[in-house]
Design a protein around this ligand. Structure first.
Ligand code: PHE
Length: 339
């Protein structure tokens, strides 16, 4: 056997050994460079044994080259078949990442705003008895106020709570004054249209202590308006009626679009028409409710408010959501817009 053939065989054997120990694409790339590269074994061989005038040698070298290429290719195919085709070390594309739901984000934000001034986050039952939901809140059986809300009644005295005010009595039972709670939860009403979902969320504030007055309610309301809606937003109280507060109010917040004037360029503001947007109900806790919470109304006083999470979310963002119920679907094409 000519000397060059022995040399070629050595290269071929060494290649088999290298190939066996290769486990990654990088290994295979390195082997390719080692054998077929410009400074590789085969080119170096050709420098020592020039193929000129030796067609046999040229043929043998070509055969080896083809074998090396074919084996490398075979191993690459096997590797890509067995290994994941994605590079797990790459950062995820933005559109593949999830995000917290708009409503959950709003709830977290509300919780944080009130936590800063010492309100403890609470969760009280969404299915509750008539006592906590109505009777104990000074709404006796047969009272017309029971018809105010589109309540879902369940069997045996239970209701799906149509407001979070049931949390007031639970809180008085669990915690002696000073009370500063923010109860955020799901509420249910028999309403379904483009601006109402049968399930929605409220946040209920309750403060009970010695010498709590309407001034405290106003300052907390203003604090929330400035911290949630932005500096410069003002609030006002309008007389209203709730069975469980006396006096009772509706709280309005100044409209951002027209700065509370109700007009823009001498045309009525499209957002609010009057300069004010309705936030929700509030009032001084009724004496009967304090008594039902086992607190002496001659010693303690308090205020409460109950506002809608979806309401403040839409009021602040100015989002024009054609159908509020979309917020409660799992259609990520819709939800993905609000990352
Ligand atoms: N529960 C009332 C509602 O759902 C709001 C409210 C809460 C009013 C607390 C006064 C005090 O409309």
């Amino acid at each position: 056997m000519p000397a060059y053939q022995e040399e070629l065989e050595k290269i071929a054997n060494q290649f088999e050994v290298d190939l066996k120990s290769a486990t990654t694409f990088d290994d295979l790339n390195n082997i390719e460079i080692k054998y077929l590269g410009r400074q590789g074994f085969i080119n170096n061989f050709l420098k020592i044994y020039p193929p000129k005038g030796n067609p046999e040698l040229g043929k043998d070298v070509n055969q080896l080259k083809q074998r090396v290429s074919a084996h490398l290719e075979e191993r690459r195919n096997k590797l890509s078949y067995h290994s994941p085709k994605i590079d797990l070390t790459l950062p995820l594309k933005d559109d593949l990442t999830g995000s917290t739901h708009l409503i959950s984000r709003t709830i977290e934000e509300i919780e944080d705003i009130f936590a800063k001034i010492g309100f403890a986050r609470r969760r009280y039952p969404e299915i509750d008895t008539d006592w906590y939901y109505a009777e104990g809140l000074n709404i006796p059986k047969g009272h017309p106020a029971r018809d105010d809300q589109e309540t879902f009644y369940l069997t045996n005295d239970f209701v799906l709570t149509a407001h979070t005010s049931n949390g007031q009595l639970h809180e008085m039972e669990n915690q002696k004054p000073p009370i500063r709670m923010i109860n955020i939860g799901k509420t249910y009403r028999r309403q379904a249209d483009t601006s109402h979902n049968p399930m929605f969320h409220q946040f209920e504030g309750l403060v009970v202590d010695i010498d709590i007055s309407i001034a405290n309610l106003i300052s907390i309301t203003n604090y929330f308006a400035e911290n949630y809606f932005g500096v410069g937003r003002k609030t006002r109280l309008r007389p209203h009626h709730f069975q469980f507060t006396e006096p009772s109010f509706e709280i309005d917040i100044s409209c951002d679009l027209c700065s509370g004037t109700g007009v823009i360029d001498s045309v009525p503001c499209k957002m609010c028409k009057s300069g004010w947007l309705e936030l929700g109900g509030a009032g001084m806790v009724h004496r009967n409710v304090l008594k039902n919470g086992d607190l002496d109304p001659d010693i303690y006083s308090g205020f409460a408010f109950g506002w809608g999470v979806e309401r403040v979310l839409l009021m602040r963002s100015g989002l024009k959501i054609a159908d509020l119920r979309n917020l409660f679907t799992d259609d990520i094409r819709f939800l993905g817009q609000f990352k």
